[in-house]
Design a protein around this ligand. Structure first.
Ligand SMILES: [Zn+2]
Ligand SMILES: [Zn+2]
Length: 435
């Protein structure tokens, strides 16, 4: 089940439309402008349109939201902690209203304190969060991180401890799960470049966290090397995980792992066009599907193009980002404005974490934009013909250079305590929701 993080610019409904147009089975969205603390309440008319659409699509059990990067539940600054709890409450309430099952968030950063203290802060925050939202069905998913600086969530052991502590404080194991991001795993040091090492990494995850608690996967290739602690997402097959032989990479292990075939797997790769003008989301999805079916990804891309002649260029979501020199430093205690400031751009690039340095300005995607109905271009895409073997040769769009600062490495390892008692949630139990 594949999806992509898509823009809600204009209306949240556009993300559903776009996901469907791109042939995804699910979607990840922000439910508000993720750069702002304040959010307008959801429009009831939009919510009812949304829920009707979701019911038609049958996506009620699989949609994902990503919480604002402003939130830091691990902080020791009381004011920021309070604001984070309030905003996280809002995030949970929005998901609940929209029938979004999974709310992914980064655990936070314990800057200036210890890992233990940071974990305790998050658990304390959750006591309040779940107290305020009793009976809600949205599942919070703790996302693993590349583990730079004082960012929590690199080692699986830390995630396991955190979930246990939250369960101790709240008594609600079904409401707290995990999200694994392939780029973050690899950058942290879990080598995903081969099927074998990826299977070992998933075994390690299962031994510490319990793979049955894994609710969402983010599928991103990595620009940084294994262990680099660099959180920079690359297109599938274009990074240090998937190139040069995607079929032999850890992506093949992840998308075919029997325990997680049915969970949402979301692309958080840059929303841009490949050099030949094809939307990268189309290509990335085709490459992932090819790992399950052995179909040739470029043939799939050609078929999509033949049936969707007038796709709007992705470039519109990347252009005109005002460059915003920011003073942010890695692991700053105060949440900075994310590097991206244009709303559309921020939508296009979810993977910015607190403390990340400003990305360099992305230029409008240059390559051949398809501005008018394009002729069916089944086999004209420059690229590999040989099947199921996307290589690193596909043209990489240079427009996207999100120079994120290398985060410092830290990686504290802590004894694991396997979170226990988690029950699986019956994924069919969400027929209706409060408005
Ligand atoms: Zn992610
Ligand atoms: Zn990331």
């Amino acid at each position: 089940m594949f999806g992509s993080h898509l823009s809600i610019a204009g209306s949240m409904l556009t993300a559903l439309d776009e996901a469907q147009r791109l042939c995804f089975d699910t979607v990840q969205v922000f439910t508000k402008n993720q750069q702002q603390w304040a959010a307008k309440p959801l429009d009831p008319a939009m919510v009812s349109d949304w829920n009707a659409r979701v019911a038609t699509l049958g996506w009620g059990d699989r949609m994902v939201s990503h919480a604002s990067y402003l939130i830091n539940l691990a902080t020791h600054q009381d004011e920021l902690w309070r604001k984070s709890i309030d905003l996280m409450t809002d995030e949970i309430e929005r998901c609940e209203a929209l029938g979004i099952r999974y709310l992914v968030h980064h655990p936070g950063s314990f800057v200036g304190h210890t890992l233990d203290a940071g974990l305790a802060r998050i658990a304390g925050a959750y006591r309040e969060l779940f107290g305020r939202t009793r009976g809600y069905q949205t599942v919070s998913c703790l996302e693993d991180t590349a583990g730079g600086g004082s960012t929590i969530g690199g080692p699986f052991e830390d995630l396991a401890r955190l979930r246990s502590m939250i369960i101790d404080k709240t008594g609600e194991p079904p409401r707290i799960g995990y999200c694994l991001d392939s780029c973050h795993m690899h950058a942290f040091g879990h080598d995903l470049s081969t099927r074998d090492t990826a299977e070992k990494a998933l075994d390690h995850f299962h031994a510490t966290c319990g793979i049955e608690n894994l609710r969402v996967v983010h599928l991103n290739d990595s620009k940084g090397a294994v262990g680099s602690k660099l959180d920079r997402h690359a297109h599938i097959g274009e990074g240090t995980i998937g190139a040069p032989d995607l079929a032999a990479s850890g992506f093949a292990a992840i998308v075919n792992h029997p325990a997680i075939v049915k969970i949402p797997k979301i692309l958080e790769t840059p929303k841009e066009d490949r050099a030949d003008g094809v939307r990268w989301d189309i290509v990335n999805r085709a490459r992932l599907v090819s790992l399950q079916t052995d179909a040739d990804p470029e043939t799939m891309v050609g078929e999509w193009l033949a049936t969707h002649p007038a796709s709007p260029p992705a470039a519109k979501t990347i252009k005109s980002r005002p460059s915003k020199p920011s003073a942010s430093k890695p692991a700053s205690p105060v949440p900075k404005q994310p590097a991206n400031s244009a709303k559309s751009e921020l939508e296009a690039k979810p993977p910015i974490k607190p403390g990340a340095k400003p990305a360099t300005k992305a230029k409008a995607a240059k390559p051949a934009k398809r501005t008018k109905p394009a002729p069916a271009r089944t086999s004209t895409t420059p690229a590999r013909k040989s099947s199921a073997r996307p290589s690193a040769k596909a043209p990489t769009n240079p427009a996207l250079k999100s120079a994120r600062s290398p985060s410092q490495s830290s990686s504290k390892s802590v004894k694991s305590s396997r979170a226990s008692g988690a029950r699986k949630i019956d994924s069919s139990r969400r027929p209706s929701r409060r408005a």
